[in-house]
Design a binder for this molecule. Structure first.
Ligand code: C2E
Ligand code: CA
Ligand code: CA
Ligand code: CA
Length: 281
């Protein structure tokens, strides 16, 4: 019996409200077991999306993006399973696994192609808030042997805004380690930006929603770029799909880009092929 069958059973026998309640719980329960199994049985895989200099086309780094290939259900999106990993606490072990894989791979690629690629790793609020978060980062850096200057953590605005004392302490410790920090999905979360002056942030990542409309209206993107310049923070635009968006971004002073225009997220093998190809040009 699968989830869909259970759902049908409940629709028929218990009415809509019960069905919704039951189905959500079943889904979480199944998913937690599935996630544990996924971790054990190597169903999780990291993909890498290049970050490029939009002027030169040079690859400067990449973002690691988690993929789950379930043997029966097929591909499950991180948008679906990350929240479940967070609710169940499994994000702690999954997150450390991701970081370790990503750091090891980057160390290999930098050696192999004699480059200085920076790996950006997504960090969940739940990971960041753990008391031993910095210890975990140090441990993984040590185990992987990656120079900390090639690691960037992508956190969301909600981390930066909440819990200030603790957050500032941790960000300062990261800075001391030599790890950089980017604010992901920038501009979507909070109206107050005063936290930016207080926090040692290296990069603002302009959210895709502002890139989508940028050719028609670049007000917000411009504002973010100017603010970042004043604060001596760098910017990158995500979700760049078209040439006209790239041109507009270059025009208003954002050179660093990520998006389908240059490349979708790639498997380790495909990303490596791309690196080798780029190196030969
Ligand atoms: P995100 O960190 O904002 O990542 C960007 C998402 O946009 C990725 O989706 C990426 O594949 C997609 N994307 C990149 N360029 C384009 C583009 O040009 N057009 C469009 N339409 N989409 C583009 P993905 O890989 O499905 O990941 C979704 C979200 O899942 C991520 O959003 C992130 O919040 C979360 N996530 C993924 N991997 C991890 C991870 O290892 N740890 C944690 N905590 N979260 C992760
Ligand atoms: Ca991200
Ligand atoms: Ca993002
Ligand atoms: Ca996003």
């Amino acid at each position: 019996i699968n989830n869909a069958d259970l759902a049908m059973y409940n629709v028929k026998n218990r009415g809509k409200n019960d069905f919704e309640f039951y189905n959500i719980n079943m889904r979480n329960k199944l998913s937690k077991e599935m996630l544990v199994k996924a971790l054990k049985e190597d169903e999780l895989e990291l993909y890498y999306q290049p970050k490029v200099n939009g002027l030169t086309g040079d690859i400067t780094g990449m973002e690691s993006l988690l993929r789950w290939n379930h043997p029966e259900k097929g591909f499950i999106s991180p948008v679906e399973f990350i929240p479940i990993a967070e609710e169940t606490g499994l994000i702690i072990s999954i997150g450390e696994w991701v970081l370790k894989k990503a750091c090891e791979q980057t160390k290999r690629w930098n050696l192999m192609t004699n480059s200085t690629l920076v790996i950006a790793v997504n960090i969940s609020n739940i990971q960041f808030r753990k008391v031993d978060f910095i210890e975990m980062i140090k441990r993984v850096l040590k185990e992987s042997g990656l120079n900390p200057k090639y690691l960037e953590l992508e956190i969301t605005e909600s981390v930066a805004v909440n819990n200030e004392e603790e957050v500032i302490k941790k960000l300062i410790m990261l800075k001391r380690l030599g790890v950089s920090v980017a604010i992901d999905d920038f501009g979507t979360g909070y109206s107050s930006l005063s936290y930016l002056q207080k926090l040692p942030i290296d990069t603002l990542k302009i959210d895709k929603v502002f890139v989508d409309d940028i050719v028609k209206d670049d007000t917000i993107a411009k504002m973010i770029i100017n603010m970042a310049k004043n604060l001596e923070i760098s910017v990158i635009a995500e979700g760049v799909e078209r040439e006209d968006q790239l041109n507009q971004l270059l025009k208003i002073g954002c050179e660093s880009i990520q998006g389908y225009l240059f490349s979708k997220p790639l498997s380790t093998e495909k990303f490596e092929e791309l690196l080798i190809k780029e190196q030969q040009i």
